[in-house]
Design a protein around this ligand. Structure first.
Ligand code: GRF
Length: 189
């Protein structure tokens, strides 16, 4: 199965998925970034994955921006859309077009700590357990049906940095697993 990855930032999840692609039976057909500064692009170059920068403000409206995203997904013949730190909000029209074929990873145990700062918010709240969620994307923010979750404990003396590191390590295990399970499910049908 061919997938397109959408990212806005560092791209460590993108790189992890590319490296595990063979094991989970996918091919990363391309990377789309919506920010000029997205360092994910450097990883794509190093890993020889095609990429496209689609910068929101260079498009007159969201429709035109999303049309370009769809164009690339179609050109790459990708069936699944994997969001990996993609910060733009996709319209209901876009989401309907890829019903149950858009996945996202969120660094908390949803529905707790939605939003852009899931790791820090959980840390500052003082929870003793947080974690990682992979879910289907629906038209809400971090609200789609949950595919897999894994808990991460906060130990005594945990710092934000050590906690962040544990969350990311868990993401690198959970996201490939969840992608694989969704693809296997679709093949059984
Ligand atoms: C991850 O923590 C992911 O859960 C969140 O954005 C972050 C992306 O990190 N949605 P990276 O760009 O993959 O390094």
């Amino acid at each position: 199965k061919r997938v397109a990855v959408l990212a806005s930032g560092g791209g460590s999840n993108f790189e992890n998925i590319v490296k595990k692609a063979d094991d989970i039976g996918i091919e990363v057909a391309g990377l789309i970034v919506d920010r000029k500064s997205a360092r994910a692009v450097e990883r794509a170059e190093r890993l020889s994955v095609p990429y496209e920068k689609i910068i929101r403000k260079e498009y007159s409206d969201r429709k035109a921006f999303e049309r370009k995203i769809v164009e690339m997904i179609e050109e790459w013949q990708a069936e699944y859309v994997i969001l990996a730190g993609f910060m733009a909000i996709l319209s209901p029209d876009f989401i309907d077009q890829y019903d149950r074929r858009i996945l996202n990873i969120h660094p908390s145990l949803l529905p707790a700590f939605k939003g852009a700062n899931g790791i820090r918010d959980a840390f500052l709240y003082g929870v003793k357990v947080s974690g990682v969620t992979v879910h289907y994307v629906d038209s809400g923010i971090d609200t789609g049906e949950i595919i897999m979750q894994r808990a991460v404990a906060l130990c005594d003396g945990e710092t934000l940095e050590s906690f962040e590191e544990k969350i990311h390590e868990t993401e690198y295990v959970l996201y490939p697993k969840a992608i694989q399970s969704v693809i296997n499910l679709s093949e059984e049908k």
